[in-house]
Write a protein of this length. Structure first.
Lengths: 220, 536
């Protein structure tokens, strides 16, 4: 596998000292699709790309997702407490939280539909509308902004051919602004699905997008 | 502490330089209230939990590192509280400025204007001029369904409405959607408040003009309304209410606090049904004679004629009362029957009944009762038997064909035809509207509705409750207790009762169920029958 050159590939990268690729470094289990069972809790949030097969019509919840939902529910004393992880799970499965999803999650947890809507809309990381296969969140908060976040954002919009918050016509990219991603030491930080790309400059953007497109073509 | 067992523990503190002693567990807000200081508040409501989120009731407590929310800070011994210190005032001014950042200041077209807490507080303590230069964000309005309309721009996000639906109605249909400056109150998308039975209360508890009644929208200004303490006439629970009137019309009904009956609340059914009090086309003048002989008369003439007929009447008497009439009127009707020479053969009333009760889960005392009339229990206590079906119709076949004396009070006989009372030797109709079934009446006497007189009802808890006159009656209508009281007094040869309290006193003397009650003891809050009424 040839390495695309950009300043920070998101892992240690091939420094030339070793002949390693990403799978060698992270382990094959961590490269590729997110495991249906969520993976080991210690690594599940950091799986690369989190390029999941999103199915807006997937049932809530069946098979391994039902097991995960039951586990979530069992971890909390009240249904309200289990709402955030339950919505996370629904979003992982369906890609966004539609009104129907809110209603179904409310039914599953025995909460009022209005309450679930209130919670889902309070948190910006729940997508209330469908997003592309890659959700590109560009931090435009102060540190990143001082280091050219506006240009990075403009570059992403230009190279994906979308408007802010809109999804590209091929359904692959949605570019949004994000508040501080807690990577102020590495501006500009861009979160793509669950993965951080740090030290991104406007010049890096075509290479990042190329790499994402290659991910789309990979078969696992 | 042992000898303290019976006595409630108290704490003594100083509020704005005045020493106050209050029971332990009293909030600073209530302690200040007890010495006449209103601490501004939005999110706190006595019928709901206090989240202390509006930040406008902050007061200075000496020794505390920062200002304390007075709605949740409990009074403690030796506390020194300043509600009006420079720090507290500066803070309130700051909080108010934040509230006005996006507020549209559309008071001239806002229904809440005149009773709005934001208006009051800003007028008292706010900045003279806003400093904002940025454009205000605009939401517009949102129809929540039912009777509730939401103006997002006016909202102060106190969440009283959300907590009312959660805690009291136990029907969590409202929520805060989004956050920060985008936050609004909303239901679940298109699922509004339709079908909720108590949602109208969110309009009452909204401290600003964010939640308004569609029925009342742009109908009257708050300062033009007269408020009259009354009792809800739409079910036998008898929620304490205020009639809000203007131009001699009821504009809306609002609940009046009574912790023994309805708390701070009332149901939407009761709230919505007031238009019948404003219905035009009322009986204007007394009339005598049947069919084509019908002619109007003045009261003196009509009553003298009627007195002559009553004194001479021999036969059995059929009395039809109404559970919409006051105790005083029904007792007067009963007494008239007793004074007549004939035996009282029928003593009935009809009342519509709903299929089921509608309780308020978070305040179980309050139930929309099955009887959709205010005084079904009073009528029962005063010796009237219920007849007819659950629609409040039928059941009068015997009375209709009664051949001797018929006296109808307050029942408009809408389901009866022109043959009603055709065989009667004497037929007296005391009512508010002309009725086809009253065509055979020898006397048609216009009486007042409950909103046009003083009087009392007995509710489903067997509680006697007073209402006051809020409307001016049509020209010649008189309270039924006065008309009937005059006739009874004439038959007995005594003085006519000259006021509702006097009529009530005569009722108490005649009916053991009401023993020991007095008009004063019933007061504005009412008294339960059989309770130790004498102490009041």
């Amino acid at each position: 596998m040839s390495e695309v050159r950009f300043r920070n590939p998101g892992w240690a990268g091939n420094t030339g000292e070793f002949d390693l690729n990403e799978a060698d470094v992270r382990g094959t289990g961590y490269v590729g699709e997110r495991a249906l069972d969520g993976g080991h809790p210690s690594v599940s949030p950091s799986l690369p790309y989190m390029f999941v097969k999103k199915d807006p019509d997937a049932p809530l919840f069946e098979g391994p997702y039902r097991e995960r939902f039951d586990k979530i529910r069992s971890r909390y004393p009240t249904a309200r407490a289990a709402l955030l992880p339950a919505l996370n799970l629904a979003q992982e499965l369906r890609g966004h939280i539609s009104p129907e999803t809110m209603d179904e999650v409310a039914g599953l947890l025995g909460l009022s539909d209005a309450y679930v809507r209130g919670v889902a809309t309070f948190y910006t990381m729940y997508n209330k509308r469908p997003v592309g296969r890659f959700l590109i969140q560009v931090c435009t908060n102060i540190s990143c902004n001082l280091c050219g976040a506006d240009e990075v954002l403009a570059a992403f919009l230009e190279h994906t051919g979308t408007e802010l918050g809109q999804t590209s016509s091929d359904g692959n990219f949605t570019v949004v602004e994000a508040e501080c991603l807690a990577a102020c030491g590495f501006p500009t930080c861009v979160q793509i699905n669950s993965r951080y790309f740090e030290d991104v400059s406007a010049d890096d953007v075509p290479a990042v997008l190329d790499r994402l497109k290659r991910e789309l073509n990979r078969s696992f | 502490m042992a000898d303290n067992g019976r006595k409630a523990e108290t704490v003594t503190l100083t509020i704005d330089g005045r020493e106050v002693t209050v029971p332990k567990g009293t909030s600073l807000l209530h302690a200040a209230e007890s010495v006449g200081t209103e601490v501004p508040h939005y999110c706190y409501h006595p019928g709901l939990t206090a989240p202390a989120q509006c930040r406008i009731c902050l007061v200075e407590v000496e020794g505390a590192p920062k200002l304390q929310p007075s709605c949740v800070t409990m009074a403690a011994d030796g506390q020194v509280v300043h509600t009006d210190s420079p720090a507290a005032k500066r803070m309130r001014q700051g909080v108010l400025e934040f509230y006005l950042v996006n507020h549209p200041l559309d008071c001239p077209i806002c229904d809440m204007s005149g009773e709005c807490k934001l208006q009051d507080y800003v007028f008292d303590e706010g900045r003279e001029r806003g400093r904002g230069r940025e454009p205000k964000r605009v939401f517009g309005r949102d129809d929540f369904g039912g009777d509730v309309l939401y103006y997002g721009d006016r909202c102060v996000m106190c969440t009283r409405c959300v907590r009312f639906m959660d805690e009291v109605a136990r029907d969590s249909r409202l929520t805060v959607v989004e956050r920060g400056s985008r936050a609004v109150i909303d239901t679940f998308f298109d699922r509004g408040l339709e079908g909720a039975s108590f949602a109208g209360n969110v309009v009452d508890i909204c401290p600003v003009g964010a939640l308004v009644s569609k029925d009342f929208l742009h109908k009257a200004r708050a300062w033009d309304l007269d408020h009259t303490p009354s009792i809800c006439p739409n079910c036998s629970h008898g929620c304490n209410i205020e009639l809000h009137t203007r131009d001699n019309l009821v504009q809306r009904l609002k609940p009046r606090e009574n912790q023994e009956v309805n708390g701070h609340w009332m149901c939407d059914y009761g709230r919505a049904n007031y238009e019948w009090l404003n219905r035009p086309g009322r009986l204007e003048a007394p009339a005598t004679g049947r069919g084509s002989d019908r002619r109007t008369a003045d009261w003196k003439e009509a009553l003298e004629l009627l007195f002559g007929r009553l004194a001479a009447a021999e036969g059995d008497v059929a009395l039809v009362g109404s559970a919409r009439c006051s105790n005083e009127a029904l007792a007067g009707l009963g007494a008239l029957g007793d004074e007549m020479r004939g035996r009282t053969a029928q003593r009935v009333f009809r009342a519509p009944r709903a299929a089921d009760e509608v309780p308020l889960p978070g305040f179980p005392l309050l139930v929309r009762r099955r009887d959709l009339v205010p005084n079904a229990h009073g009528a029962g206590l005063l010796g009237f038997q219920r007849c007819g079906d659950d629609g409040g119709e039928g059941g009068l076949d015997e009375v209709a064909a009664h051949g001797e004396v018929i006296i109808v009070l307050g029942d408009d006989l809408a389901d009866q035809d022109g043959d009603f009372g055709a065989n009667a030797s004497l037929f007296v109709y005391l009512g508010t509207f002309e009725s086809a079934a009253a065509g055979n009446a020898d006397f048609v006497l216009p009486i007042t509705t409950f909103a046009e007189e003083d009087g009392s009802f007995v509710n489903a808890q067997e509680r006697v409750q007073r209402f006051q006159q809020g409307l001016r009656p049509p020209e010649s209508a008189r309270p039924a207790w006065l008309v009937l009281g005059a006739l009874v007094a004439a038959l007995r040869g005594e003085k006519t009762p000259d006021s509702a309290p006097e009529a009530f006193a005569r009722l108490v003397a005649a009916h053991p169920a009401f023993e020991g009650l007095s008009w004063e003891a019933v007061g504005d809050a009412g008294v339960a029958l059989g309770a130790e009424a004498a102490h009041g």
